[in-house]
Design a binder for this molecule. Sequence first.
Ligand SMILES: Nc1nc2c(c(=O)[nH]1)N[C@H]1C(S)=C(S)[C@@H](COP(=O)(O)OP(=O)(O)OC[C@H]3O[C@@H](n4cnc5c(=O)[nH]c(N)nc54)[C@H](O)[C@@H]3O)O[C@H]1N2
Ligand SMILES: Nc1nc2c(c(=O)[nH]1)N[C@H]1C(S)=C(S)[C@@H](COP(=O)(O)OP(=O)(O)OC[C@H]3O[C@@H](n4cnc5c(=O)[nH]c(N)nc54)[C@H](O)[C@@H]3O)O[C@H]1N2
Ligand code: SF4
Ligand SMILES: [Mo]
Length: 753
Amino acid sequence: MSEATRTAYRTCPLCEATCGLEITLEGDRVTRIRGDADDVFSGGFICPKGTTLGELHDDPDRLHKPLVKRDGKHVEVEWDEAYAAVEAGVERVREASGNESIGAYLGNPNVHNLGGTFFVRPLLQSLKTRNLFSASTVDQMPRHVSCGLMYGNPDTIPVPDLDRTDYLLMLGANPLESNGSLCTAPDFPGRLKRLRERGGQLVVVDPRTTRTARLADRHLAIRPGTDGHFLLAIANVLFEEGLVDYGALSEHLEDREGTEAAVAPFGPARVAEVSGIPEAEIRKIAREIAGANSAAVYGRIGVHTAEFGTLTSWASDLLTILTGNFDRVGGMLFPYPAHARPRRKGQEGKGRGFTTGRWQSRVRGVPEVRSELPIATLADEIETEGAGQIRALFTVGGNPILSAPNGERLDTAFAGLSFMVSVDPYLNETTRHADVILPPTSALERSHYDASFYNIAVRSVANYSPPVLETDAPGEEEILSRLALVVGGHGTEADPALLQRMLVRGLIEREVGSEHSLIHGRDADEIETAVAGRPAAVAMLDVLLRTGPWGDAFGGNPDGLSIERLEAHPHGIDLGALEPAVPAALSTPSGKIDVFPEALRQDVTRLTADLGSRCEAASKDDTQLVLVGRRTVRSNNSWMHNVDTLMRGRDRCTLQIHPEDASRVGLATDGRARVTSRVGSVEAPIEITDEIRPGVVCLPHGYGHDLHGTGLSVAAKTPGVNSNRLTDDQPLDVLSGNAVLNGIPVEVEAAGS
Ligand SMILES: Nc1nc2c(c(=O)[nH]1)N[C@H]1C(S)=C(S)[C@@H](COP(=O)(O)OP(=O)(O)OC[C@H]3O[C@@H](n4cnc5c(=O)[nH]c(N)nc54)[C@H](O)[C@@H]3O)O[C@H]1N2
Ligand SMILES: Nc1nc2c(c(=O)[nH]1)N[C@H]1C(S)=C(S)[C@@H](COP(=O)(O)OP(=O)(O)OC[C@H]3O[C@@H](n4cnc5c(=O)[nH]c(N)nc54)[C@H](O)[C@@H]3O)O[C@H]1N2
Ligand code: SF4
Ligand SMILES: [Mo]
């Protein structure tokens, strides 16, 4: 007799798009996953990754029990034994070299996970270290910094009003493969097609002719690393041609003086020479942005993981400010998630503002940003002896050996650590160095609500997914709580429920104590009882939702949102399109947008010098090749290469090179190439294609699964090469500490030559 068939609905946690999934199960076995046609946000859209949650769950290589390293080999142990090993290891390192000798790295999946979102902080607090690193500094840190400086809070990030804009200038993003980033919009491809269908224009700036570029009205194959110059040249034309019009935003802007003078060196003729985008095109775009009914500018990985990432992020917002498109329907708008603190109408939007550099890294002296240090300097901190040298490391949901620059150096550094703990479901390139690996439950076994990505969504939407499968195994919430207690010196016997209750209680007390809260003055015990009986992370989310802009205020607004209400709406609740939100959304000391923050003034000076040296170089015959990255829809950073259905077909880890360059360096059509940078060298199959700008070569990141000691049997069959053995850990985006992962100078030759 076959087991009962049932259908579950949930939000896909794999990327930023938050697609609704319809999951069919027989008993505990997933038999089919397809897009949830009734999902209020994604309307049935899905990508190949979303269909594989069942395969991920059933992956025989996924860890179910902790591993502890004994005599160089990982062996399975019970949970208590694993925590005891963590306690012993941490005590040993602390006694020998103090709190600062323990570092932590948080990877990308933390933000796709409720337990991670709420419970990583107690662990970090128990670690009492400033040696904190995350995937943010190989990703979006530049955007946090520019937004922090301009709007007062690094998490106040505007998004393009994708569904209503008449004009979208997109740089260094390929949402047809990535499904979008810092702009949560399920079915991004469909939304771009609809933009064009309603008569809007899409202009894509990318050194490669991507699938997104092919969808655009125009594609501009820019020289890598020159997006900042290009955007400032557009600003230059706006001033020069009298197209600047701040519109309704004018009274909310401060410190805009000096912008015109600062962009003066970026004349479109000069910038055309260095960027490869003709002067006429630069002028045309300036006129189009100024003339469109509404316009938005959106940049992502290709422009943020670059030397002037923060400047580029600032410049992209500047263009919409200069043309009255900022904080306007169809332009750039601030998202408004259901779990946010309600905005107060007419509020001035004053706050403390944002600063960086409250401390510096020990070895290279790079400034702290958002309480963390650049991942590009982690190897320095491990290798360099002296007080504060990192001797132990915690990684939570991260694979820096493949995702951070100069991966080979980091691999050697990790091998020299005295103790390492990883919270991760796989024995992979990074966790193979760990003395203790603690595997959390799978995505199907946990509740989900996209607390991170609704913060950057193009509509206000709320969707809560209860677990699809039941389990007694510990999820992130329990593992991180127990780690926090063990590391905090409370021993392996301490009850994680006490810590969890403390966090829920703390949140409730903050709300009832805040004069701005919907539940100000209410009885904390009553509120606590109302959310009791749920896992702590869900209880915390319930408090946030119920006191949020659409919340039920625990009875004050009976039709309002709560987890219970969301449970009754498995396809989500649409709360509407975004609206202008300035000044209430701001938190700058002045209550206004800082149009040209001081830190950026200094950076524009640096870019002006860079323009000068690039102009000089451009006049010489330059054959220096530069490396950029790419994503493909069947892959997700480094960790989904163990899913067989996604890996079928041709090898996707190829070196793309333009035919002119291939023949100049003597590459045969089907051969392999050796690619060498300042820091390393790899060999990859070549793919000669005219869909890449001459002078540029491209490798995807997240591959290189051929290292010994891992347990990824599928990935190991088509290991590919680690492109981050070529990226350099020395250059950084000065303002954010972000690594430079695109535009890496490389030499290419036929392999074996
Ligand atoms: N399928 C899939 N989806 C993913 C991921 C994944 O690994 N696979 N990862 C997820 C994550 S963590 C993120 S952050 C997002 C990222 O999402 P996206 O930002 O859309 O990332 P990419 O697809 O890498 O697109 C970056 C583009 O920048 C271009 N580029 C490189 N250098 C330059 C430059 O100097 N200037 C300009 N203008 N362009 C340049 C590259 O050619 C590439 O097409 O994707 C998310 N979604
Ligand atoms: N050259 C180059 N390098 C890049 C990029 C690029 O464009 N070019 N992109 C960068 C970007 S945008 C990002 S976000 C980073 C990503 O960098 P990382 O976050 O360091 O790497 P991931 O590949 O996402 O690794 C995720 C890890 O989390 C584990 N994991 C998966 N699910 C869970 C879970 O639910 N819980 C826990 N605890 N662990 C889980 C996986 O097994 C894996 O070990 O890579 C960056 N590196
Ligand atoms: S686009 Fe992203 S959220 Fe949607 S199904 Fe694919 S991986 Fe999941
Ligand atoms: Mo990312």
